[in-house]
Ligand binder design. Structure first.
Ligand code: ATP
Length: 399
């Protein structure tokens, strides 16, 4: 069964990125992208905006936001949990594991008692709109100013990655909230890149690209002039996405899905006759489940998928680990980047420009509070803590 994408709902626009009807004619899209035009006011400096972080003239420090979303217990978990003590407690932006009374002094538990703290912690009753406003909107707005942006949903199967990115019925997801006019849509399945808009082109290639860092060769791009067209294309792409059932989630997504928009922003003319333009990409990524193959009890084809999923997520984790090392040692970003294993998986190769480089990033880690998932939840929280220590310096990209 396919997961649904919530019906169109446009994100609020900002005064610095207002649409103009005239701008709704075309634009060029690189591969894996579709172009759109927005305008930015000349009166507004390109580097004055809403996302957090200190700024120099053309760069932003601390351009990574890491947040964790705790989903509500599902029916099965509630039945299994019975009247047991909850496994986790949370307060403000901190989540702490409840250890069994009497075992607090073991070294593992001492570390756990300290808990995990993030830029934002979203509780089971939080709305996706809230997450969008606090963690994602700043990234989206920055893309209108010429910065690349990435939003990644990471977590164990069935913890709400697709719920957060795609949305359901009453709650639109991050993607529909962020969509303006256009997008490119690709999925990585078993280390093959499939173009979800053009099923005939399987395993398309990734190459270096001057403007975007990397590009997907042969990927279909669509120019769209209305949100409705975007949603029709997303639905067509969703139908192509590989979904297989695991024990943990009947509708488990077994591929990473990358939704990429190219946004072309032009300065308002102001009568001067000159027009500046900026082109940036916004990548919205719904990763495959991070759980171990053992937990989902997979076999055969599903197990093979698990191995590929683990490989790309392991490489992602490894790169994030290395990037935090870089932060500690203070080595030059460019030099250090050369030695990172981006090429070890297609996922990290595609995300290369968005990690440790020229991009604003929001990572949304989704977790289950259920006792049965304590280990996986802890693993996800550790990943999130590690990611929180990364430092990026985003720069305005030049077309
Ligand atoms: N915050 C939430 N509130 C209510 N229901 C949720 C929430 N998060 C997830 N769910 C529900 O839990 C189920 C699993 O969610 P979802 O499919 O988004 O998980 P996933 O992390 O994308 O899994 P997979 O990695 O297997 O694709 C769905 O039925 C979804 O509607």
């Amino acid at each position: 069964m396919l997961k649904s994408l919530v019906p169109p709902r446009l994100p609020a626009r900002t005064p610095t990125a207002t649409p103009s009807p005239a701008s709704q004619r075309r634009g060029s899209g690189g591969s894996a992208s579709v172009a759109s035009n927005n305008t930015f006011s000349d009166a507004t400096p390109l580097n004055s905006s809403t996302a957090g972080g200190r700024r120099s003239s053309n760069s932003v420090e601390r351009s990574i936001q890491v947040c964790v979303r705790i989903r509500p217990l599902n029916h099965r978990e509630m039945q299994m949990q019975g009247h047991d003590r909850p496994s986790w407690r949370w307060d403000n932006d901190k989540i702490v594991q409840n250890v069994v009374p009497g075992t607090e002094k073991t070294s593992n538990n001492t570390a756990q008692l300290a808990g995990f703290e993030f830029d934002h912690l979203f509780y089971p009753d939080s709305l996706t709109q809230d997450i969008y406003e606090k963690a994602v909107k700043g990234v989206v707005l920055r893309t209108m100013e010429g910065y690349h942006g990435s939003v990644l949903a990471y977590g164990q199967t069935s913890t709400g990655k697709t719920f957060t990115m795609g949305g359901v019925g009453t709650q639109p997801g991050v993607i529909p909230l962020a969509v303006e006019e256009c997008f490119g849509y690709v999925a990585i399945y078993n280390e093959q890149i499939n173009d979800l808009l053009c099923p005939a082109s399987t395993n398309v290639r990734i190459v270096s690209d001057k403007r975007d860092g990397v590009a997907v060769v042969g990927n279909k791009s669509e120019v769209v002039i209305s949100p409705q067209q975007v949603y029709a294309l997303i639905s067509a792409g969703e139908a192509q996405r590989h979904i297989g059932a695991t024990d943990a989630n009947k509708n488990s997504s077994r591929s990473h899905t990358i939704f990429r928009m190219t946004i072309e922003s032009r300065a308002r003319d102001g009568g001067s006759g000159k027009q500046r333009s900026r082109v940036s990409t916004l990548s919205l990524v719904d990763l495959a489940g991070s759980e171990s193959a053992k937990l989902s009890n997979t076999r055969g084809e599903r197990q093979l998928e698990g191995a590929f999923i683990n490989r790309s997520l392991l490489t992602l984790g490894h790169i994030i680990y290395k990037l935090t090392e870089e932060d500690r040692s203070g080595r030059a970003n460019e030099d250090f980047q050369k030695h990172l294993p981006y090429r070890d998986s297609k996922l990290t190769r595609l995300l290369q420009p968005s990690l440790g480089g020229n991009a604003q990033i929001a990572i949304i880690c989704t977790v289950s509070p259920a006792a049965a998932n304590v280990e996986e939840t802890r693993n996800t929280l550790k990943f999130a803590s590690r990611a929180k220590r990364m430092r990026n310096t985003a720069r305005v990209s030049q077309p």
